[in-house]
Write a protein that binds this ligand. Sequence first.
Ligand code: MTE
Ligand code: MO
Length: 339
Amino acid sequence: DPFAGDPPRHPGLRVSSRKPFNAETPAELLAERFLTPNELFFTRNHLPVPAVDPGSYRLRVEGPGGRVLSLSLSELRSRFPKHEVTATLQCAGNRRSEMSRVRPVKGLPWDIGAIGTARWGGARLRDVLLHAGFGEERAGEWHVCFEGLDADPGGAPYGASIPYGRAVSPGADVLLAYEMNGEELPRDHGFPVRVVVPGVVGARSVKWLGRVAVSAAESPSHWQQNDYKGFSPCVDWDSVDYSAAPAIQELPVQSAITHPRPGAAVPPGELTVKGYAWSGGGRDVVRVDVSLDGGRSWRVARWVEGERAALGRAWAWKLWELRAPVAAGTEVEIVCKAV
Ligand code: MTE
Ligand code: MO
């Protein structure tokens, strides 16, 4: 069993597949804390969790002109300033079970919890690339490719890439993270080092990072080339031409109701509706509107928690709530919309 060495998991997670392990934060708990506790943070694994010995771990960074930089965990910690970023990670498949109610789609049946927020700490990818000899600018189209230490039975590692400009931009806050909410990374979340690309689809934040390389082409990985792309509803699994669409990077604006849950019975009187809102690309969510009549009339939710972010660097979600009277014996259709 290639998964026999996987770590123990919190029994409170909502599991959608065991091998590989995929599980999400239960909806009721999602918006209870601004920072998602590590043990309840959603896990999206495509492969078995690799067992990495922190003492012999080396991060291979391929520099210009064939030079290779090999960094131990303590070198990564000591040679580069520690940078901390509060960022939300969201899987591209978050809320797929709702999409499947409109029309069946293939993939893990995520509810609304394949998203979470953590305070990540690590070296800036930018600092490591400049240290390896790369410059602030590079003429032409370049990509920074990442490889994980997790591999399929044929030996192909998980991989993904981001554009070079994002990787070296100081304002993009891309991290080689070794800390999550003040603790060392849990094994399921990439111990000992993972990439965190704020504002970008979770698939590019490569866990158990083994190799970084700059290339004229995007990562050749299956997950960059033949997955995590968007198509028209008229395209299906038999007709899809993956080369026809770009790899997803920044995600669009998103909001979800965490309380009450669909179909719930609530006591008459004042109802508190709660949820989260987030946008990819560092774009700040300025407002959440909530309707209790299926979208005919709207009210503005109030912020419960959020962080003041610099312009274009709103990497973390915001939690919101709305209190509204509900009469006994009525049925309400609650919808929310983030701007
Ligand atoms: N990195 C590696 N090495 N292997 C993986 O399977 N899954 C990706 C990404 N990085 C993955 C990976 C996907 S699709 C997502 S959504 C995020 O990790 C999930 O990160 P998490 O499990 O820490 O929540
Ligand atoms: Mo994902």
